[in-house]
Design a protein around this ligand. Sequence first.
Ligand SMILES: *[C@@H]1O[C@H](CO)[C@@H](O)[C@H](O)[C@H]1NC(C)=O
Length: 496
Amino acid sequence: MLHYALMLVGTGSLVAAGPCDLYANGGTPCIAAHSTTRALYNSFSGALYQVKRGSDNTTTNISPLSAGGVANAGAQDTFCARTTCLISIIYDQSGRGNHLTQAPPGGFKGPEANGYDNLASAIGAPVTLNGQKAYGVFSPPGTGYRNNAVSGSAKGDQAEGMYAVLDGTHYNSGCCYDYGNAETNSLDTGNGHMEAIYFGDSTYWGSGTGSGPWLMADLENGLFTGRNPKNNPAPSISYRFFTTILKGGPNLWALRGGNAASGTLSTYFSGARPTPSGYNPMSKEGAIIFGIGGDNSVSAQGTFYEGVVTSGYPSDATENAVQANIVAAGYATASLTSGDSFTVGSSISLRATTSGYTDRYLAHTGATVNTQVVSSSSATSLKQQAMWTVRAGLANSGCVSFESRDQPGSFIRHYDFVLKVNANDGSKAFREDATFCPQAGLNGQGSSIRAWGYPTRWIRHFDNVGYVGSNGGVKTFDNARAFGDDVSFVVGSGFA
Ligand SMILES: *[C@@H]1O[C@H](CO)[C@@H](O)[C@H](O)[C@H]1NC(C)=O
């Protein structure tokens, strides 16, 4: 397959080509190219993304290790050591300056105090590309990026193409995990005013076969897998790495997809525009959204590694070459944890490290998670309230879950960012809310334990109650003061 990643240049010699070199070669150049994992042009060596750290609010740019190469994740790890980091800008590699930044409020308001959306954690989606570490963008609900003043994008009924490589196992039914063309005023301005990749298992507008998740086209006020919203052959997806493709021009559009780690693309739909009014001709406006709907709907979740928007309707052959390039990039999973080993099946205690609270352990009283002073002379019942059995993560076996010692079948989970001990109801939401990823303690002691589904949020004690807190934010328990200490716990083997 290597020949697909090569391109003939003027002299007749073959050079390696990135996805945007392939699109340009096909006559449909990228007008925006976004990735936190790698350069999307063979010659690109500029900044891929910017991270902002919690300790002093300073930023740094992360670039490829070499032109055309994989992101320098080590530079991020050094910059973010022992603090928290957010992805503050995803740069456009096309040279047009179509960068993605924190999405402003629209028809829907984001969760920040000013109505903006949250920024994504810089560490929520570690991967390797041919063995080299990089980070994708893990977006919980409430997270969004946008550019409402894009240069060169399709307007009206003009043709465009786009692809995105996503985590096919991270999704929900909220509206809307999108990447692509949308309204320039962050409002729903009507049918046909968007043309964006959607991924998730919403069935409110459209769906494919099985129970999802599906690749769909968000064309505003409709998610489509074909001419009509439902009863189309679009497959349910279970690829860990999923190549998604949407393209659209005058009364013609297509959805294509495939396993981003091997093999070729399938065409899920190709044909005329949807039958409801407003979608033919289209009224595209040309903004670019990422992780949200056109009106800034912020209920969806997903993970993104790379994506582009093109000018013109790419040929299937060009897209097939891009898919071969993506496969050759060698996406694979990476460890979500670091530091202390949390051995599945073991019984542990978690002792606070905040000065003045170091005799307190993470415990529970009924459903309430709190900290309590526990010692070897404490009653057995109290000791057991402060002991947890480590289980493989209910939503992701690369992380862990904490089963109550004295209430087997009940687990620590977060709900509205407050920790609870609740019985496992088996739902996808419960499993996700009960999965936590430990890493070396942010204050240099023990471990800090982030929420798998909200990697900006960490198990924190605040006024002796348990939360998942972020390092600065709108909730009282997001207070940045003593954050590193409040989220660092010494892991013990229980009580004698
Ligand atoms: C970072 O900026 C936020 C928002 O402006 C502010 O509340 C916080 O105190 C700053 N943190 C530091 C460490 O300067």
